[in-house]
Design a protein around this ligand. Structure first.
Ligand code: FES
Ligand code: FES
Length: 169
């Protein structure tokens, strides 16, 4: 017998009432019930970070959270970043810095950065390297991801960009 529960989730500013099974993970709820398929899922046991979304503002591996545990939460997925069809500053920086190849890790990386940048104590490259090391990328070698996140972190902190990088859009 299916054990179903009614939960309320706000996803990218929209309120949803959803009848979910007790065993359903948040990433499955987002992808299959809400239709937010920008969130990727791979390892399903908390290693890769491909499923990272923001839950109440904090980067969260959505394969490790059950939908019922997220009841009442505010969730942001990668779909929330682009505004009126345009890319946000992080997405622009990933494009400009060539921070993706296959792109499978990218939604999770973007949400990790979006939620992590406000908590950085500095825009020091080592600190950004530490932040993005939470998620796996098999393609890029990380340097270009660190470039992009650093560029946005400096811009959002009001710091002068390196002359080599220009200002994010
Ligand atoms: S799919 Fe969630 S951490 Fe890998
Ligand atoms: S761009 Fe392919 S895994 Fe990161």
């Amino acid at each position: 017998m299916n054990d179903r529960h009614l939960i309320e989730l706000t996803v990218n500013g929209e309120e949803h009432e959803l009848l979910v099974e007790a065993r359903e993970t948040l990433v499955d709820v987002l992808r299959h019930r809400v239709g937010a398929t920008g969130t990727h899922v791979a390892c399903e046991h908390g290693i890769c970070g491909a499923c990272t979304v923001l839950v109440d503002g904090e980067p969260t591996r959505s394969c490790l959270v059950l939908g019922v545990m997220a009841d009442g939460s505010e969730v942001r997925t990668v779909e929330s970043l682009a505004d009126e069809g345009g890319l946000n500053d992080l997405q622009e920086a990933f494009t400009d810095c060539h921070s993706l190849q296959c792109g499978f890790c990218t939604p999770g990386m973007l949400m990790l950065a979006e939620g992590g940048i406000p908590h950085l104590e500095s825009s020091d490259r080592e600190e950004i390297r530490e932040l993005v090391s939470a998620n796996l990328c098999r393609c890029t070698g990380y340097e270009t991801i660190v470039d992009a996140v650093g560029r946005v972190a400096r811009h959002r902190r009001g710091e002068t960009p390196d002359t080599s990088e220009g200002a994010p859009a």
